[in-house]
Design a protein around this ligand. Structure first.
Ligand code: MN
Length: 350
C-alpha cells in the first residue's frame, strides 16, 4: 500500500518535470509560397537582404524541406525533444513581398492549409494567421475569417511592409481588428527595409546578427511612440528574441523620452513608453537561449509576459528545450513560460 502510494508520488513528480512544452514561433511554408518567392527573386534587380536569404532557401536542402514538412520529420523531432505543440506561422517574409492581390490570395490559402493541419493534429499544432498588410481592408477581412471561422490563435506580420510600419495610420484598422477579436499580433523579424539596410551590409550584419533585431525593435518602439496603445488599449503585441532588445533599453527610452523636446510630430502619450511595453507586449525566447538575458527579462517584465519558443527550423530544437529545462527560475515560472502563458494568450486548450 505504502509502496503503491510512493509510486504515485514519484509519477506525479515525474509528470510535473515533463512539462507541456508549447513552442510559440515555429515556421512553416507551403509550396505556393515558395513558387511565389521564386518569382520575386527572379525579378529582383538589386541586392535585397530578404531575397538574399530566400534565394538560398529556395535552392533546396534541409531548411527548405523542414519548412515544407508538417506531419513527418517535424512531429518526430517534437516527440524526441518532448515538445507537445508548435504554434505555427508562415515563414518570414510571409506574403509581404508580393503585390496586394497575390499576397491576399496566398494568405487565404496558407491560412486554410494551416487550419487543415491543426484539425488533423489539434494536440500538436496551433497557428497564427498570415495577412497581407499591403491591402489593409482585405487584411481586416482575413483576420476576421482566420480567427472566427478557421479558429486560428493569433495573427503574425513580419515587420515592415514595403518599408512601412504598422504605426502608420493606414494600418490601424488591422490593429483594431486584432484587438477586437482578443488575439495577439506577433511582429516577427525580417531584414531592415532597403533604406535602412545599407550600413548593415558592411561585414554582413543585415540579417539575424543585428539587422533583424534593429528593424523589429524599431518597429515595436514606433508602435509605442505613435500613441496606438492610447487608441487601442487592448492591443497585444508579441515580440520574439527576448523582446528584440527593447527590455534592455527601457530605462533610457523612458528617461530620454521624458527629457527630449520632440520636433512636434510626436504625439503626447498618456503613460511612459515602458508602461506600454509592460502592459501591451509579450516576449518570447526564440533564438535567445541564454539564461542571463532570461533572468534580466524576468526581473524587468512579469513571468506572465514571457513565452518559450524554438524558432524551428531556423534554430536547434534540442538546444531550446535544454535552455528552458535548465533555466534558473522557479518551477511555477517554468510552467508559465513553457505553456501556461501561451495557453492564456493564444487561447490554446489547457
Ligand atoms: Mn522566427
Amino acid at each position: 500500500m505504502n509502496a503503491e502510494r510512493g509510486k504515485v508520488v514519484d509519477q506525479a513528480q515525474a509528470t510535473k518535470k515533463s512539462y507541456r512544452r508549447i513552442a510559440t514561433e515555429e515556421a512553416f511554408a507551403i509550396p505556393e509560397q515558395m513558387d511565389a518567392m521564386r518569382g520575386v527573386v527572379a525579378k529582383a534587380t538589386e541586392y535585397d537582404p530578404d531575397l538574399f536569404l530566400w534565394n538560398r532557401t529556395l535552392g533546396g536542402g534541409t531548411l527548405y524541406e523542414r519548412l515544407l514538412d508538417l506531419e513527418s520529420e517535424r512531429l518526430r523531432i517534437m516527440d524526441q525533444d518532448g515538445v507537445a505543440m508548435h504554434l505555427l506561422s508562415l515563414t518570414s517574409t510571409g506574403v509581404q513581398m508580393l503585390d496586394a492581390d497575390k499576397g491576399t490570395a496566398l494568405a487565404t490559402l496558407a491560412n486554410d492549409r494551416l487550419a487543415e493541419v491543426i484539425r488533423r493534429h489539434p494536440d500538436r499544432f496551433a497557428g497564427m494567421a498570415t495577412v497581407a498588410p499591403q491591402d489593409p481592408a482585405r487584411a481586416v477581412k482575413e483576420v476576421d475569417r482566420a480567427i472566427n471561422r478557421l479558429k486560428l490563435n493569433g495573427v503574425i506580420i513580419n515587420s515592415h511592409t514595403n518599408g512601412e510600419y504598422l504605426s502608420e495610420r493606414n494600418y490601424w484598422p488591422i490593429l483594431e481588428a486584432v484587438a477586437a477579436l482578443k488575439v495577439p499580433l506577433y511582429i516577427h523579424p525580417r531584414a531592415p527595409m532597403p533604406a535602412m539596410a545599407a550600413p548593415y551590409r558592411t561585414n554582413h550584419l543585415e540579417h539575424a546578427i543585428w539587422g533583424y533585431q534593429a528593424e523589429t525593435g524599431l518597429h515595436g518602439l514606433q508602435l509605442i511612440t505613435s500613441g496606438v496603445f492610447d487608441h487601442i488599449p487592448d492591443l497585444k503585441i508579441v515580440l520574439g528574441h527576448m523582446g528584440e532588445a527593447i527590455p534592455y533599453w527601457l530605462y533610457r527610452i523612458d528617461d530620454r523620452f521624458r527629457r527630449s523636446i520632440p520636433r512636434g510630430d510626436r504625439p503626447a502619450l498618456k503613460q511612459r513608453p515602458s508602461d506600454y511595453f509592460k502592459q501591451n507586449f509579450m516576449i518570447t525566447t526564440s533564438g535567445m537561449n541564454w539564461h542571463p538575458v532570461l533572468q534580466f527579462c524576468m526581473s524587468v517584465l512579469s513571468a506572465d509576459n514571457i513565452m518559450w519558443a524554438i524558432d524551428y527550423p531556423y534554430q536547434d530544437s534540442p538546444e531550446a528545450v535544454e535552455f528552458m529545462n535548465t533555466a534558473p527560475i522557479s518551477d511555477e515560472d517554468k510552467e508559465k513560460l513553457f505553456h501556461r502563458n501561451a495557453e492564456r494568450v493564444f487561447g490554446i486548450k489547457a
